[in-house]
Design a protein around this ligand. Structure first.
Ligand SMILES: Cc1ncc(COP(=O)(O)O)c(C=O)c1O
Length: 367
């Protein structure tokens, strides 16, 4: 048996009829940029996120950049960000001219440790970018309280956790402004790039709506120096077909994760995912840790099981961030995760046979 890490063809084939009809409807409309589908999807995604507004943009990185711009974060400002996130969170901060200030995650939930934030706040700190990593909501209430007490903005990077919640409140609704990604592999994935911003603040909404469209509300009248980062009408049409199914998808992923949890309990030196109290996970990624990560990864590959490392090099050790002069040992928890983590195949179209095959292969590795 072969078990790929992800099977996007299989996933999207389950919607083929709806996607085809969305394609034909968009073609027939003759309107391909910011039309009815973008406008309606924005309402539907805001509704899903329990926010007043949503703005469709070209991708998740742009969603974060535009969010920071809306908050007027820029040169000379510092933004607190997890040391172990995907580099996009850091890049958005750098792109607006601010400095990412890494804070370590908890070693068990992999999400930002609120207890470590206060000591990193300086007079230059303007915002906290909290990432709901791997599908799990971070400790959002505690983080928002710290931000409030220190007069800081909160931005959620919710690229990986659409539909997760903390204390029964959905992710993407906690921050002043929040960004998400519809990259094809995400739980809500487009058939190409896409992203969205969510906020309940009308001023931030108005800024983002104009900024993503050349700084213009009325064609050829430019109020601010914006960019072109619009969600495609066609992608919005596809996403409108998939969004109503997102809750079902999350529930399947949660069920599959439970089976992994049971099957892999007490196997070798494996560390299984831990969900913080009051948090839920929609298991964008089912991540295990082991000291024998590379060996296990190779063994699984030899037996037809695809796995991925999320992520092999933490941002502070990336070539792209050499100007910050960090060295190995500066963020030991992020480094430990990078050295030991392995993501197992998990998606809504995965069969129980495939899942059990992965479990059996892992068990046989440790025998
Ligand atoms: C945590 C996180 N933030 C931001 C992004 C950026 O999203 P995109 O690839 O759509 O730009 C991603 C995904 O790639 C991500 O995983």
């Amino acid at each position: 048996m072969k078990v790929p890490y992800l099977d996007l063809k299989k996933i999207n084939n389950t919607y083929i009829k709806e996607l085809e009809s969305a394609f034909h409807q968009t073609m027939d409309s003759g309107w391909y940029i910011i039309g009815n589908n973008v406008t309606e999807f924005e309402k539907e995604y805001a509704n899903f996120s329990s926010t007043k507004h949503s703005i469709g943009v070209a991708n998740g990185l742009d969603a974060l950049i535009i969010s920071l711009k809306a908050l007027n974060v820029g040169k000379g400002d510092e933004v607190i960000v997890p040391s172990n996130t995907y580099i996009a969170s850091w890049l958005a901060i750098s792109y607006v001219g601010a400095t990412p200030i890494p804070v370590e995650p908890r070693i068990d939930t992999y999400n930002l440790n609120p207890e470590l934030i206060q000591s990193k706040i300086t007079t230059k700190t303007k915002a906290i970018m909290v990432v709901n990593l791997y599908g799990q909501a971070a400790e959002l209430e505690e983080i928002c309280i710290i931000a409030k007490n220190n007069n800081l903005y909160v931005i959620e990077d919710n690229a990986q956790s659409q539909g997760a919640s903390y204390k029964n409140q959905i992710t993407g609704s906690w921050g002043d402004i929040n960004g998400t990604s519809f990259y094809p592999g995400k739980n809500l994935g487009a058939i190409g790039d896409g992203g969205a911003i969510t906020t309940s603040n009308i001023d931030l909404y108005n800024f983002c709506k104009v900024f993503r469209n050349y700084g213009s509300q009325v064609k050829y009248f430019n109020e601010i120096k914006g960019i072109n980062s619009r969600l495609d009408e066609l992608q919005a049409a596809f996403l409108r077909k998939k969004l109503p199914d997102l809750e079902r998808i999350s529930n399947i992923r949660i069920e599959l994760a439970k089976i992994y949890n049971l099957g892999l309990k007490n196997v070798g030196d494996l560390v299984l995912p831990k969900i913080a109290s009051h948090a839920t996970s929609v298991y964008h990624i089912y991540l295990i840790r082991t000291k024998r990560r590379d060996e296990l990864m190779n063994y699984l590959a030899e037996h037809g099981v695809g796995t991925v490392i999320h992520y092999p090099i933490p941002p502070h050790l990336q070539e792209a961030y050499k100007e910050l002069n960090y060295t190995k040992g500066d963020f030991p928890i992020a480094e430990e995760i990078a050295e030991t983590c392995l993501s197992l195949p998990l998606h809504q179209e995965m069969s129980l046979d495939e899942l059990n095959f992965v479990i059996e292969k892992i068990k046989s590795f440790y025998k």
